[in-house]
Design a protein around this ligand. Structure first.
Ligand SMILES: [Zn+2]
Length: 414
C-alpha cells in the first residue's frame, strides 16, 4: 500500500474548478493523470464542519452527527467539535489498523486519532469568537482537541530544519493579523505535509486542509480577482507538495486525494431570522436555518410563518434521529438566499436585505454551486473522468486504497 495524502481545499466549487482552470495548473495536472470527478454531490447542509466530517467518515450527518457548523446541545447552539463526531474517522480506522497517521491542521479529528497531530489553526480563532455575530460560549470540546501532539518528534525535526514550529494565534484583535495567520497557517500545514511525505519514512496517511479560498470568496465575492488569487494560492500550496514528492522520487508511489468540503457561489440576499421569528432560538448554516422547537406542532407554526417568504421546511432526515423532534430545518428552494440570525444594525426590523457575504454555500439541497470536485492520483489509478459521485464515495475511495473496511453507502471509485 502506498502512502496517502488527503488535502481538503475549503470551498472550491465544481464550477470554479471548471471555469478557472488556468488559475490551478498543479491541480489540473493532477486531475489529468488520475481519477477526476467533476461534481461531488453536496452534503446537507453544505457547510464546513459537516463537509470535513463527511470526507473522513463516508456517512451523512444523520449518522456522523455533525449536521451543522453549529449544533444544538439541548440548551443552545454551539460550534460542533471533534468530540461530537459519532462514528470513527478515516484517521482513527487507519490507526486501529496499525498505520501511522499524521493529521495536520484538519478540523474534526481528535488528537488521539493520529500519531502526529496539529489542530486546525483556525480553532483558536473559533475559541476566541472573533467571527461570531453574537458571542457563543467558548467550547470545551475545541479546548480539549486544540493541541499539538508530536510524540515521534517528526514536527520538531522539521522545525529544527528551519520550517515553522507552529502557527501564530489566529486572532490578536485586528484583521491584518487574522489574514496573516490564515495565510501562514495554510502554508505551514502544507509545508509540513510536503516535508513529511517526501521525508525518510513518510506516514501511511497524512490529512490536511487549506482554508483560504473559502474565507476570501465569502468576503471578496465569487469571481473577484482576490477570490481567483485564493484559488491559485491553494493550487500553489498543493503544487509544492507535488514538487517535493517529485524531487524525492516519491510522486508516483504516493496516492494524492484532493477535494473540497463544499462549493461556493454568489449570494442573492439574506433573510434575517430575528425579525422573522422574534424570540426564537435559531442558527444559520448559510442557506439552511435551524430553529429549536418544542415538537412537531411548533415546527409547523414556524414553517407557516416562514412560508410567505419563500422558505420551505426540509424533511429533516439529514438530522440524527435524536435531534429530529427538537429542531426544524429550513431553506429557500431555487435561490441562493442566506439566513442571518440578526439583521444588520442599519436594517433593524427588516426581514430581508443584503447578505454579509458576497459568496456563500450551504443553500437548499440540490443547489449546483454547493457541489465540489474530487481528484485521486497515484500508482495503479488510471486516468479517468467521472461526471458525478456521491459525498459518501470520497471516504469509500480513500478507505479502499488504504485497504480499510468502510462502513456507509459509498462506492470505491478506484
Ligand atoms: Zn468550508
Amino acid at each position: 500500500m502506498d502512502p496517502m495524502i488527503v488535502i481538503m481545499l475549503d470551498g472550491i466549487s465544481a464550477d470554479a474548478f471548471a471555469r478557472f482552470q488556468a488559475r490551478m495548473p498543479y491541480l489540473q495536472g493532477l486531475a489529468a493523470r488520475g481519477l477526476f470527478v467533476e461534481r461531488v454531490a453536496a452534503d446537507v447542509p453544505a457547510t464546513s464542519l459537516p463537509g470535513r466530517t463527511s470526507i473522513l467518515t463516508g456517512v451523512d450527518a444523520a449518522a456522523h452527527g455533525i449536521y451543522g457548523n453549529l449544533i444544538w446541545d439541548g440548551g443552545r447552539f454551539r460550534y460542533a467539535n471533534p468530540d461530537d463526531v459519532r462514528v470513527p474517522t478515516l484517521p482513527r480506522r487507519a490507526l486501529d489498523a496499525g498505520l501511522e497517521v499524521a493529521v495536520l491542521g484538519y478540523g474534526m479529528v481528535r488528537p488521539e486519532d493520529a500519531t502526529t497531530f496539529h489542530h486546525a489553526w483556525w480553532a483558536n480563532e473559533m475559541l476566541q469568537r472573533a467571527r461570531d455575530e453574537a458571542p457563543i460560549a467558548a467550547d470545551e470540546g475545541w479546548l480539549r482537541t486544540s493541541r499539538h501532539a508530536d510524540a515521534s518528534g517528526r514536527l520538531a525535526a522539521l522545525a529544527a530544519a528551519g520550517l515553522p514550529a507552529g502557527v501564530p494565534d489566529a486572532y490578536a484583535g485586528d484583521r491584518m493579523h487574522y489574514l496573516m495567520s490564515e495565510l501562514t497557517g495554510d502554508q505551514t500545514m502544507l509545508q509540513w505535509t510536503a516535508a513529511l511525505a517526501a521525508g525518510a519514512e513518510p506516514p501511511d496517511l497524512i490529512v490536511t486542509e487549506v482554508l483560504t479560498p473559502d474565507s476570501v470568496q465569502h468576503v471578496a465575492g465569487h469571481d473577484h480577482p482576490f477570490a481567483l488569487w485564493s484559488l491559485g494560492y491553494a493550487d500553489a500550496l498543493v503544487g509544492e507538495v507535488l514538487r517535493s514528492l517529485e524531487a524525492a522520487g516519491r510522486l508516483a508511489a504516493t496516492t494524492v486525494v484532493v477535494t473540497s468540503d463544499h462549493g461556493h457561489g454568489p449570494v442573492d440576499g439574506a433573510l434575517y431570522l430575528d425579525t422573522l421569528l422574534p424570540g426564537a432560538t435559531c442558527a444559520s448554516e448559510g442557506g439552511v436555518a435551524y430553529v429549536a422547537v418544542d415538537g412537531p406542532r411548533e415546527a409547523e407554526r414556524v414553517a407557516a410563518r416562514l412560508r410567505p417568504h419563500g422558505v420551505a421546511r426540509l424533511p429533516g432526515d439529514h438530522l440524527p434521529p435524536d435531534r429530529r423532534d427538537g429542531l426544524a430545518a429550513f431553506a429557500v428552494p431555487g435561490r441562493a438566499v442566506g439566513f442571518e440570525t440578526t439583521a444588520p444594525v442599519d436594517r433593524a426590523g427588516a426581514v430581508s436585505g443584503p447578505s454579509r457575504y458576497l459568496s456563500g454555500h450551504g443553500f437548499a439541497p440540490g443547489t449546483a454551486s454547493d457541489e465540489r470536485f474530487l481528484i485521486v492520483a497515484g500508482a495503479g489509478i488510471e486516468a479517468r473522468r467521472l461526471p458525478r459521485a456521491s459525498a459518501e464515495d470520497v471516504a469509500a475511495t480513500a478507505s479502499a486504497l488504504l485497504g480499510l473496511p468502510m462502513p456507509g453507502g459509498g462506492r470505491a471509485l478506484c
